[in-house]
Design a protein around this ligand. Structure first.
Ligand code: ZN
Length: 358
């Protein structure tokens, strides 16, 4: 068991860098016949230690897979969350990752789930599905966008269907507007699958002449960011603009790109001149203060803490890179409205944001 935990900790660190995830995104797990050890919610892959993994009873996880789906999505989330907490073995602390039941659906011992920019350039693209079938015929593409427990349910079904057709489980599963799950029985097989994925995507972007470099203007005077922060605090009577992080202007993407972007940027960013009138209009339309403001002279991230402001900006850069790469596959395709509304009201994401603020 300690070897398994040492290995998954090592993998978490290897795939916990900027190339693969931002902030607290992504999750990892390892299992034997009885137990699944999974990353706790609200931790970062790069900072994980073997002791932090949450041990879950796999027999109880199996009950989660069998749960009847109620009509109300929030009721489903509450039920599943209670069952997940109940599956946590004595002596373990922390809340298991949202995607824990999905990790359990892979037979392979190791699972490393990330949101790489290179991968999301494909999963967030209009022709992402076609591209995935062409580039990765040996893996699985899940083109139906789901979040919360329905993501686990639908992906599990897709894995079962794939297994029936191919006589084996997929080593990688790509999720639309989200990222990739990689599963393998050894740490080296995980590394090899990631090498294949990143290598083929890299070639594809190279062929289209696309790099991660953003065409960026010079950074504006920090006083401008402070002034916008003051306007936001006044207009929204909020602490969420206590801090500001500033960058030069570039071609931004909206927040409704992936669940991670929504957590740190909210579904909608503010684009244009942030006058008082325009901010009031934004407030009336969306009901929250913008975490990212993009103007002709700069991109600004806001947060209640310095860390949150920096993270908003970090995700804005990530989103802009994803947007650029989607050009290789027909351009950007955002999440649909129903998914957006659900994520924004989803308690689990709120929990992750709260932990990230600490
Ligand atoms: Zn994810």
């Amino acid at each position: 068991m300690s070897l398994l935990l040492d290995n998954i900790t090592q993998l978490s660190h290897e795939f916990g860098g900027d190339e693969y995830i931002k902030a607290g995104g992504g999750n990892t797990s390892v299992k034997d016949a009885e137990t699944l050890w999974v990353k706790p919610s609200g931790t970062t892959l790069a900072g994980l230690t073997p002791e932090q993994f949450v041990a879950m009873d796999r027999a109880k996880n199996a009950e989660i897979h069998a749960v009847e789906i109620p009509d109300d999505p929030h009721e489903l989330e509450a039920t599943v969350l209670a069952m997940k907490m109940d599956a946590v073995l004595p002596g373990s602390s922390g809340r298991p990752s949202v995607e824990a039941p999905l990790h359990d659906s892979f037979d392979a011992a190791y699972v490393v789930h990330t949101h790489p920019v290179l991968v999301n350039g494909m999963t967030c693209a209009r022709d992402g599905g076609e591209a995935c079938l062409r580039l990765f015929p040996e893996y699985l593409w899940v083109g139906k966008l789901d979040v919360g427990h329905m993501l686990c349910v639908r992906t599990r079904e897709a894995i079962q269907e794939f297994t029936e057709h191919n006589g084996r489980q997929p080593e990688a599963v790509f999720l639309k507007n989200h990222g990739v799950f990689v599963a393998g029985d050894t740490p080296d097989s995980i590394r090899e699958t990631y090498r294949v994925i990143m290598g083929r995507l890299d070639e594809e972007y190279n062929a289209s002449g696309l790099t991660l470099d953003l065409e960026k203007g010079p950074a504006p005077d920090p006083a401008i960011g402070e002034e916008i922060a003051r306007l936001i605090r006044e207009t929204f009577e909020t602490q969420d603009a206590n801090f500001v992080a500033t960058d030069g202007p570039y071609d931004v993407a909206d927040g409704k790109l992936t669940p991670d972007h929504i957590v740190y940027m909210k579904p909608h960013i503010f684009e244009g001149e942030p006058t008082r009138e325009a901010l009031i209009e934004f407030r009336e339309r969306y009901g929250y203060s913008p975490r990212v403001v993009a103007t002709d002279i700069g991109v600004f991230g806001f947060g209640a803490t310095e860390n949150n402001a920096a993270l908003a900006l970090e995700l804005a850069i990530d989103g802009a890179q994803v947007k650029k790469l989607t050009r290789a596959f027909g351009g950007i395709e955002y999440m649909d409205r129903a998914t957006l509304e659900f994520i924004d009201s989803w308690e689990v994401e709120a929990y992750r944001r709260k932990v990230a603020e600490k």
